[in-house]
Design a protein around this ligand. Structure first.
Ligand code: HEC
Ligand code: HEC
Ligand code: HEC
Length: 160
């Protein structure tokens, strides 16, 4: 290849490269302009809250094979010696769990605080975790926003 020919090829390549960059830039700008603002669906904030009682609205007995109740889970743990028997002391969930799993009770009794335990169960594991895939990992399934004051509280309710 002659020196001149090589220079021409180089110039053509450079020009083509610039064009590509330019086109990509334009495509990006148009895309940015056309993209509409989307409102995320956050229960109790941007969409209706269908789990107003928190835990107990999800952890139910769906059918005889699928018993997701927390009481059932704890009874199984108790049978394996991994949990004290709390059958008679739990009326509302998670309200009554806090007797032994609040931050201060946890320190005294050597239990795990409910907050870190539940955040771990529901918010870790990415796509392996059904709370993230099915329930979109939303904080407001358990935490309720008071729309007048902006305060957060923990939903609590009786198991069905
Ligand atoms: C919107 C539905 C939803 C709400 C509300 C919810 N959970 Fe869960 N919870 C799930 C799902 C789904 C899983 C299974 C996560 C996974 O795939 O590992 C789970 C897992 C758990 C586990 C782990 C043991 C098990 O049964 O698999 C415990 C314990 C638990 N939840 C307790 C609670 C408590 C206590 C609350 C309330 C403070 C609560 N959950 C609120 C859906 C929910
Ligand atoms: C009377 C006190 C008490 C109450 C009430 C209580 N717990 Fe516990 N919980 C414990 C103790 C103690 C342990 C630790 C057991 C151990 O490690 O041997 C524990 C451990 C656990 C564990 C871990 C079990 C494991 O796999 O090792 C889970 C999950 C749990 N509690 C959930 C709950 C939930 C949900 C509630 C409310 C519905 C609740 N607990 C109410 C005392 C209590
Ligand atoms: C499965 C139910 C559940 C979900 C989902 C959940 N929380 Fe919590 N959270 C709780 C409970 C129960 C407590 C403890 C209440 C107590 O100890 O009085 C708590 C406590 C907290 C606290 C105060 C204690 C701490 O750990 O510092 C913060 C902050 C918090 N949550 C933030 C969040 C955020 C942010 C999200 C979403 C990314 C979220 N939570 C999702 C149940 C949940």
């Amino acid at each position: 290849m002659g020196k001149r020919k090589r220079r021409v090829t180089l110039a053509v390549l450079l020009a083509a490269g610039m064009m590509l960059l330019l086109l990509r830039g334009m495509a990006f700008v148009t895309f940015g302009q056309e993209e509409e603002a989307t409102v995320p669906e956050i229960p109790g904030i941007t969409v209706d809250d269908v789990h107003v009682n928190g835990c107990v609205d999800c952890h139910r007995k769906a059918d005889p094979e699928k018993d997701y109740r927390i009481s059932t889970n704890l009874r199984e743990l108790a049978e394996k010696g991994k949990h004290p028997n709390v059958e008679d002391s739990i009326k509302t969930i998670p309200g009554d769990c806090l007797t032994c799993h609040s931050e201060s009770a946890a320190k005294m009794m050597g239990t795990e605080p409910l907050a870190s335990m539940l955040h771990r169960f529901h918010l870790l594991g990415g796509e392996e975790n059904h709370f993230i895939t099915n329930d979109r990992g939303q904080c407001t399934h358990c935490h309720a926003l008071n729309k007048d004051t902006g305060e957060f509280s923990i939903k609590s309710g009786k198991e069905q």
